[in-house]
Design a protein around this ligand. Structure first.
Ligand code: GAP
Length: 418
């Protein structure tokens, strides 16, 4: 099995990610997050929001609707320019983006392909109960919700340029070739900042560099291997229709260096298309646009470790779906179970630390299961605990156990989760 197959299997086995609507054969490009996956995704989004909104004075949050008046997409240029080049193999009739061809031939059967056609990626929906129904679109990028609310935010908040509007939410693209697990999906979540500045090249250069660094540092602060991260500048002919300049933060995945997040200089493209100004000028925008699902996949790949004894997800404790697991050494000794239950409840309810309980099988199996979901610490209540009020705390990465007084557990965990 190659690494990607192992990760896909682990995701299914341990409840991170399942194929979407699997019992009906799935649906290409759609994925469902299981109990562990949704916890990991929430943690990732929480950390992003903290860095990009809560801890800053110059960024406010927004939660716009997914479906907007279709005129938004006319104005933003997406109905015309949000396209991929599509070709079809004349032999096997499979469809591809033309940059996926191998020497101009079909990558599946080597057949000849048709001339490239442009294919619009917006997903259409139809609203209302009377015919003709109203055509609308699922948003192809979450971004436009910010621009159409620019005036609302300026009028209802004390914001002054330079300032940013940040949001998290689902986007939809009718991708021609979804693939590489969740990497290219048709439904995915984005985490974006639109940062408004005065229209000036020097300002744009300054803020572009500033946000590039903040974003790369963020991935590294959550444990991503810096050697697997790089920036890649877009050539003029690959930039999106709105971008004056664009650089991707790429991750070295098992399937090559791949885009994880884009930093874009959008100039005044969007605000001027929506006829919006600030005081007497049209601000420029520096954007940071990351994919939640892509980042999550790359965090999983980066954290995956195996040796001949175990498989471990070495996720940063802030991202780990479960932070602590509590075990009684054996399940049939009520004194051990009661004490372990007490610790479990205290951590989970009083300290609000995501904590798991396990009293099945032997300790080795319980450690194995927690390692696979990336739980940083396992607490075991044993016979010594009844005598001296200590427990063992086992570290996921080193598998080393240390004895800690029950009275010190709060500071032990809270200190490490800060
Ligand atoms: N508002 C700018 C924008 O949407 P983008 O480069 O098209 O820019 C930003 O997308 C990020 O969204 C990408 O870097 C990627 O992480 C994520 N993304 C884009 N298309 C995706 C897809 N089909 N599946 C999963 N994530 C995707």
């Amino acid at each position: 099995m190659d690494l990607m197959e192992k990760i896909v299997a682990l995701c299914k086995r341990r409840g991170f990610i399942y194929p979407g609507s699997e019992i009906y054969g799935g649906l290409q490009g759609f994925w469902d997050y299981g109990p562990m996956g949704v916890a990991l995704r929430n943690n990732l989004k929480h950390e992003w929001w903290k860095t990009m909104v809560s801890q800053r004075d110059d960024v406010v949050g927004l939660g716009p609707a997914i479906i907007m008046n279709p005129q938004v997409w006319e104005a933003s240029g997406h109905t015309v320019a949000f396209t991929d080049p599509l070709v079809e193999c004349k032999k096997c009739h499979h469809r591809f983006r033309d940059d996926q061809l191998v020497d101009g031939k079909c990558p599946d059967c080597g057949g000849e392909v048709t001339e490239g056609k442009t294919f619009n990626l917006l997903t259409e929906v139809y609203l209302g109960s009377t015919e003709p129904k109203q055509l609308a679109y699922l948003r192809g990028e979450i971004t436009q919700g910010v621009f159409v609310n620019f005036k609302n935010v300026v009028d209802s908040n004390r914001v002054e340029i330079p300032f940013g509007i940040a949001q998290l939410g689902k986007a939809f693209r009718n991708e021609i070739t979804p693939g590489n697990f969740t990497f290219r999906s048709r439904e995915f979540e984005q985490m974006e900042l639109e940062f408004f500045i005065t229209p000036d090249e020097a300002e744009a250069t300054k803020w572009f560099g500033y946000w590039k660094k903040i974003r790369k540092d963020w991935y590294e602060s959550l444990g991503m291997n810096p050697a697997k991260l790089r920036f890649r500048e877009h050539a003029p002919d690959e930039r999106a229709h709105y971008a004056k300049a664009a650089e991707d933060i790429e991750y070295q995945a098992p399937f090559g260096w791949k885009e994880m997040e884009g930093v874009h200089h959008r100039g005044d493209w969007d605000l001027s298309r929506h006829h919006l100004t600030y005081q007497d000028y049209t601000p420029w925008v520096i954007e940071t646009s990351g994919g939640v699902d892509r980042a999550l996949l790359f965090f999983l790949i980066d954290a995956y470790f195996e040796d001949d004894k175990r498989i471990v997800l070495k996720l940063h404790p802030k991202l780990a779906p479960v932070k602590v697991a509590v075990f009684p050494l054996v399940a049939n000794k009520p004194e051990l179970v009661d004490k372990a239950r007490e610790i479990y409840k205290h951590l989970k309810l009083d300290l609000d630390i995501p904590t798991a309980w396990d009293d099945r099988g032997n300790i080795g199996k319980r450690y194995y299961a927690q390692d696979e979901i990336g739980t940083p610490w396992c607490v075991t209540v044993d016979y010594q605990s009844l005598e001296d009020q200590t427990v063992t705390v086992r570290d996921r990465d080193t598998a080393v156990q240390e004895r800690v007084a029950i009275a010190d557990l709060d500071s032990f965990f809270l200190g490490r989760l800060k």
